[in-house]
Write a protein that binds this ligand. Structure first.
Ligand code: PR8
Length: 468
């Protein structure tokens, strides 16, 4: 696609995903088709999260006093908070923040709930709207001011080891989530100057968008004991000693939906991963005066057959040209289309078409049909997954020459290079190239490797990109 940004805005509107004309910047409406995609995407995440955490729901407002307690955290968010200052005509005694994230809403309660080691670990998550007065350019789903489906998990543990382990568990869980959706990712530990405000360290997932810019699609933070100290979250251990808990948190937003729209889509429109698609199959009856009833009856029969196998099926019986229907479902990214007309019925055939390949496949209308359809859907998903991973892998380029970094990024790549890990050096690299270090991907054990900038022994492989 020539101009990704334009394509993206266009597709959201044409496929009935969101409408951004709401008169507040950074806040949009989820339209019916988009809402369904959102619903099925959420189901995937909930299924994974429910195995790990219990779901809760906290209030949306945070008293100023609590928000202000954790100094580093509040500093990170101070320019992004929306405030409620009045109730009706009356000025409130205390300003209330619309949560930008919920650490300072949840942790004062954790402090009340946690008394002894038997209360630990606590692992809660919630799916809520959060608000951030983003100062960077807003874009639907990608950077919004009302994050409409913020999935945030917050844990507390008795030991550092358990907390570190929890961070790894969230990373694995997020990998599974992105794998289901066929979204490829780079995982890196964010540099010190770009970690979550109040975290010991941040592990981030980035995907590469079609224009070569990266999008942060999820983050897992090891909070250490920072918030435990601030909110006095302590427990009595087995020996009667009072100790601070260790904490982690992890978050995702609707950016994930933007990511799979972007990485799989093409000029014709969406290609939805089956798991998030409102319909797995759209059946298009080709109707003439003659044989109309038989064709419709067959469509209904097939719908039932597929639905019994757990598939979501739609019969498009609108009174419009079949060509227009094909166009619509290609735009909306239904994984599989089936076409049945009177002639097909006579020959006991149906014509299938996968959204990725758009080639006609003749299928027999017999006992083999269901298995063939299931195979086509599986191959379709595998193809989305593999194609998008190939794209990502082709667009990560290693270099030992700092003069190459800029060109490589400008031509749509993420660059990886050896780095000494020194903060001043990292900032100098950012300054020199004009791009952001996303983070470090791995530690270097080969002692010969040299930092791309300082020439000192390299400790890490770092990645750098143009970011959203
Ligand atoms: C936390 N606290 O908040 P995080 N629009 C769309 N998506 C966004 C936006 C935005 N304005 N801002 C962030 N995201 C931690 C973890 C509770 C949960 C997405 O972490 O600030 C990004 O994909 O890193 C980000 O990785 C994720 O939300 C979590 O936000």
């Amino acid at each position: 696609m020539e101009n990704f940004s334009e394509w993206f805005h266009d597709i959201l509107e044409k496929a009935n995903i969101t409408d951004s004309r709401y008169p507040i910047k950074g806040m949009a409406i989820w339209m019916p088709y988009g809402f369904q995609i959102r619903k099925y995407t959420l189901e995937v995440l909930k299924e994974l999260m429910d195995q790990e955490c219990d779901e809760v729901l906290f209030p949306m407002l945070i008293p100023e006093e609590e928000l202000a307690k954790e100094g580093i955290h509040v500093k990170g968010f101070e320019d992004e908070v929306y405030w409620v200052t009045q109730g009706g005509q009356k000025e409130l005694n205390e300003k209330l923040a619309l949560r930008p994230t919920s650490e300072t809403s949840m942790y004062p309660m954790y402090s009340l709930w946690i008394r002894s080691h038997i209360d630990l670990p606590i692992k809660y998550y919630q799916i809520v709207n959060t608000f951030r007065y983003e100062t960077k350019h807003t874009r639907p789903l990608i950077r919004v001011r009302e994050i409409t489906t913020f999935k945030e998990a917050h844990t507390a543990h008795a030991t550092k080891e358990e907390c570190d382990e929890q961070v790894n568990t969230f990373v694995e869980l997020y990998k599974d989530f992105f794998d289901y959706l066929g979204i490829p990712y780079l995982i890196s530990k964010r540099p010190e100057w770009d970690k979550f405000p109040g975290a010991d360290y941040t592990m981030a997932f980035d995907t590469i968008m079609p224009d070569g810019k990266t999008l942060q699609i999820g983050t897992v933070h090891n909070l250490g004991q920072t918030f435990a100290k601030t909110f006095d979250i302590t427990f009595e251990d087995k020996d009667g000693e009072h100790k601070l808990v260790y904490q982690s948190c992890a978050g995702l937003s609707d950016r994930v939906i933007a990511a799979f729209i972007a990485v799989h889509g093409d000029e014709k429109g969406l290609k939805l991963p089956a798991i998030a698609a409102p319909d797995h199959i759209t059946i298009i009856p080709i109707l003439f005066k003659e044989g109309k009833e038989e064709v419709i009856a067959k469509c209904m029969e097939l719908k039932e057959l597929f639905e019994d196998a757990g598939l979501r099926v739609n019969i498009d019986d609108r009174d419009i040209r079949p060509g227009k229907k094909f166009f619509d479902w290609e735009l909306k990214g239904t994984p599989l289309k089936l076409e049945i007309g009177p002639r097909d019925l006579k020959n006991n055939k149906t014509i299938a078409m996968r959204r990725d390949e758009l080639e006609k496949i003749e299928l027999d209308l017999d006992d083999s049909l269901l298995d063939k359809v299931l195979d086509l859907l599986e191959d379709y998903d595998d193809n989305l997954y593999e194609t998008s991973w190939d794209f990502l892998e082709e667009h990560v380029k290693f270099t030992e020459n700092i003069d190459e970094v800029k060109d490589l990024i400008e031509s749509g790549n993420v660059v990886s290079f050896n780095w000494c890990g020194d903060e001043a050096c990292g900032k100098a690299i950012e300054e020199e190239t004009g791009y952001d270090i996303l983070g470090i991907q791995e530690e270097i054990t080969d002692s010969d490797a040299k930092c791309i900038h300082s020439g000192e022994p390299a400790k890490y492989v770092a990645i750098m990109a143009k970011t959203y």
